[in-house]
Write a protein that binds this ligand. Structure first.
Ligand SMILES: Nc1ncnc2c1ncn2[C@@H]1O[C@H](COP(=O)(O)OP(=O)(O)OP(=O)(O)O)[C@@H](O)[C@H]1O
Ligand SMILES: [Mg+2]
Length: 498
């Protein structure tokens, strides 16, 4: 409904050219039809296959056919048309690469300004040449809202009701669940999910809709579903962090809303390599029983101007359509590398994509819980760390003695060995400065050795492995000291350590 109002305002305020970003041509067209009718305008639509419909009539008679390429002719027709018209040129984005088209649009912009004539361009993605930035207004056409979806679901129910074998008697709650899970899909996608559900199960159910969403995630290329294969008990140490996470596990429920708790925004995990940052991120999904999406920031960056920001917005929209969910961004600093000085070299694209992301973090209302991890604090832009972005920033340090015991126990148990047989406290003493990943390596290395020699694992396999390995922290002592110093002032420790 808001979109209709926006179209109306733009037309009445005589905006010359409007770029509508949407996958849903049909919905855009019918919205424009409605507005045009209300305002007494004739709407002409154009596509490369259909040409201009209905044909444009000039004050001085019909327009003569030309030999111009279709897209140029379409613009010429807009130029020739009488007032009280509106035009929708569908899928016009490929032609914006042509300098003649760009020039014609600029000419049109000054001609249409102040006239009762509006030109709409529709396309699924936004890539606007810089020359046109000042002449074109961009509108993102929103996906169907709850009310619209409900109408659609009821339409489907009415059309199949009474057919033999089909059961579409849904309770109010069931209907609401379907409507809620269909948010974030286009009308066409909802239609096909519902149709598929009817074909496969003779009823309407949520699973098909979720399946449709998984498809979208897959096709996006930027996001990936991540199975919840770890839980918080697989993590040794980090007690404060685990407690913090557990305390928020019910924050996504309606009961929490009613209690007055806002949705948690997310958490940033900073720290030493191999100490469990990614592990914690993966465990959050299981702990909260929410689906997890991993964002590949590198893939967000596209080669065309404006494409990267558009990709970021699209990825965010997909994630929001799956809310409540967890969004995991691993190695955040790598994705946004070049934010500082070298940000200049990509003409600010990284900075703009990052700004899009920050704005979303600040303003997001949908329950998308962000879990971000980073190793190198110096590469992180300070804006990111400001209050209000993350609920909390945790520093993940090397495990202390007790934590190392716990990590040994976890990894021995995972490999079906009884930790009580291996003098774990002594192993923990031998591994001062080891990360969790290095402790896991000790266990794996010792197992390999024993297996190779055709016998069962012994304490001495493990202790020899401890002595053979040089932990990374010994070589990186200065870096770690600097990281700790930085974190002391800005982050919360993930555990009480000695
Ligand atoms: N605290 C821990 N408890 C149990 N296992 C751990 C712990 N820390 C690390 N590990 C083991 O080490 C592996 C690697 O850890 P992880 O990938 O989480 O480290 P990271 O902090 O993300 O490191 P990087 O900075 O290199 O990405 C984990 O899959 C896990 O098996
Ligand atoms: Mg990691």
């Amino acid at each position: 409904m808001d979109a209709l109002r926006e179209f109306e305002v733009l037309i009445r305020a005589k905006y010359p050219i409007v770029y509508v970003v949407s996958w849903e041509e049909a919905r855009v067209e019918s919205a424009l039809q409605e507005v045009a009718k209300k305002l007494g305008r004739q709407l002409h639509t154009w596509s490369v296959t259909q040409g201009m419909k209905p044909a444009v009539v000039r004050a001085s008679g019909p327009v003569k056919p030309t030999t111009l390429p279709g897209e140029l002719e379409a613009l010429a027709l807009v130029h020739e048309a009488t007032e009280s018209t509106a035009f929708l040129l569908k899928d016009f984005h490929p032609y914006l690469k042509d300098s003649r088209v760009v020039r014609l649009l600029r000419d049109l912009s000054s001609r249409l300004r102040g006239r009762d004539q509006t030109l709409f361009l529709s396309a699924p993605t936004l890539n606007l040449p810089v020359e046109l930035e000042k002449d074109v207004t961009v509108v993102e056409y929103p996906l169907p809202e709850e009310k619209e979806i409900l109408g659609q679901v009821e339409g489907v129910i009415a059309s199949v009701k009474g057919r033999p074998g089909v059961n579409v008697d849904l309770s109010h709650d069931e209907k609401e669940l379907i409507v809620r899970s269909a948010q974030g899909l286009t009308a066409d996608e909802i239609e096909s999910a519902l149709a598929r559900s009817l074909v496969e199960t003779k009823s309407l159910n949520v699973e098909q809709i979720i399946e449709e969403k998984k498809q979208i995630v897959r096709k996006s290329g930027m996001l990936q579903f991540y199975p919840a294969d770890n839980n918080l008990d697989d993590i040794g140490g980090h007690d404060l962090l685990k407690e913090w996470l557990k305390r928020r596990s019910k924050s996504f429920t309606d009961a929490a809303r009613e209690f007055g708790i806002p949705y948690p925004k997310g958490v940033l995990l900073l720290g030493v390599q191999g100490c469990g940052k990614s592990l914690v991120a993966k465990a959050v999904s299981a702990a909260y029983s929410l689906p997890m999406l991993k964002m590949d920031v590198g893939r967000v960056f596209g080669s065309l101007v404006g494409q990267s920001e558009d990709n970021m917005r699209r990825a965010i929209r997909i994630a929001e359509s799956l809310a409540p969910c967890i969004l995991w961004i691993d190695e955040l600093e790598k994705g946004f590398a070049g934010m500082g000085s070298s940000g200049v070299s990509d003409s600010g694209t990284t900075a703009r994509v990052f700004a899009t992301f920050l704005t979303w973090m600040q303003e997001k209302t949908k329950p998308v819980f962000l879990v971000a991890t980073a190793n190198d604090v110096s590469a992180l832009p300070p804006e990111l760390l400001r209050k209000g972005r993350f609920d909390e920033i945790f520093f993940i340090d090397l495990p202390d003695l007790d934590e190392r015991k716990e990590i040994f126990r976890i990894h021995l148990t995972k490999r079906k060995r009884d930790p009580r047989k291996f003098k774990v406290p002594e192993l923990a003493k031998l591994t001062d400065g080891f990360s969790g990943a290095e402790i896991e390596q000790v266990v794996v290395g010792a197992l390999n050795k024993a297996f190779d020699e055709g016998r069962e694992l012994s304490f001495s396999d493990l202790s020899e492995e401890c002595q053979a390995q040089v932990p990374l922290s010994r070589m990186m002592a200065e870096d770690i000291a600097a990281l700790r110093e930085w974190a002391r002032l800005r982050a919360r420790p993930s555990a009480k350590r000695d």
